[in-house]
Design a protein around this ligand. Structure first.
Ligand SMILES: NC(=O)c1ccc[n+]([C@@H]2O[C@H](COP(=O)([O-])OP(=O)(O)OC[C@H]3O[C@@H](n4cnc5c(N)ncnc54)[C@H](OP(=O)(O)O)[C@@H]3O)[C@@H](O)[C@H]2O)c1
Length: 249
């Protein structure tokens, strides 16, 4: 089941960043690619460039997800749409930040999967790619976003078990810092977004992640790439943080 055996794909969060790079990579390999996001103009420009088929949809609208996607026959699902609302810190996050991030990163990811997976299982052909994050694998000052991506990690591990014997493969991609519009969308404060976007290291590109997705899809049928963790060379995980208790009030 190499990439050449797959004919069609659905990529969520396709209007920018990793999703758009994945649409370019998959259309470049001759697949029919359905590109889903909210920004119609962006999707239209991508369609003009790549021949992808736009789906303008807000994934937080559960009924619209099932209405549009339940009868969708695709070989590949790239569940990529995600946000980091509330990343500035749990204590400064609004209730809306919490709900936006959990709704998009977890609930809508599950609803999209629930809509398209039965067809893959029935056809005994398919590959689910989900975008996790290193924030879902390691503690990174990221209660809301890290919590949502931790859920994605657990979803993928359990999915792998449920898919045993179905012929459908699944892969979790866990990137570190990638240079995209992610922080513009996640922060209200443009200066904080800028600081996150320019950490002073050479960051990954969206194309690096699309290449990893293609690697997983192109593996031979006998091989399931369970998880790919990728960071910039100049970023790593772990380490201790210590701070004295300071007085309140
Ligand atoms: N950038 C990083 O450093 C990084 C690191 C690890 C993991 N990731 C993960 O990688 C994935 C892609 O992120 P990115 O870096 O490529 O960020 P991005 O450029 O901000 O892309 C996010 C995509 O999600 C779409 N989206 C947001 N809300 C949506 C909604 N309600 N309904 C439908 N689509 C929606 C956006 O399109 P519209 O606004 O047009 O809807 C956009 O296409 C995310 O899951 C993110 O958590 C990113």
């Amino acid at each position: 089941m190499a990439l050449s055996d797959y004919k069609s794909a659905l990529v969520t969060g396709a209007s920018s960043g990793i999703g758009a790079a994945t649409v370019r990579a998959l259309t470049g390999r001759g697949l029919t690619v359905h590109a889903l996001a909210r920004r119609e103009q962006r999707l239209q420009e991508l369609a003009d460039e790549t021949g992808c088929l736009p789906i303008v949809l807000d994934l937080r609208d559960r009924d619209a997800v099932y209405d549009h996607l339940a009868a969708f026959d695709v070989d590949i699902l790239v569940g990529n749409a995600g946000t980091g609302r509330g990343m500035e810190g749990f204590l400064s996050a609004s209730p809306e930040d919490i709900e936006t991030t959990l709704n998009l990163n977890v609930l809508s990811l599950l609803h999209v999967l629930r809509a398209v997976l039965p067809g893959m299982v029935k056809r005994r052909r398919g590959h689910v790619i989900h975008l996790g994050s290193v924030a879902g694998l390691y503690p990174l000052y990221s209660v809301i976003y890290g919590g949502s991506k931790g859920a994605v990690h657990s979803i993928n591990q359990n999915l792998r078990i449920e898919l045993m014997g179905s012929g459908v493969r699944s892969t979790e991609i866990c990137p570190g810092r990638v240079q995209t519009e992610f922080f513009d969308a996640s922060f209200d404060d443009a200066k904080k977004a800028e600081a996150m976007k320019e950490p002073g290291i050479e960051q990954l590109t969206a194309e690096d992640i699309a290449d990893a997705i293609v690697f997983a899809l192109d593996a031979p049928r006998r091989m399931n790439v369970n998880l790919i963790e990728i960071q910039p060379t100049e970023q790593t995980f772990g380490g201790f943080t210590m701070a004295p208790i300071t007085g309140g009030g």
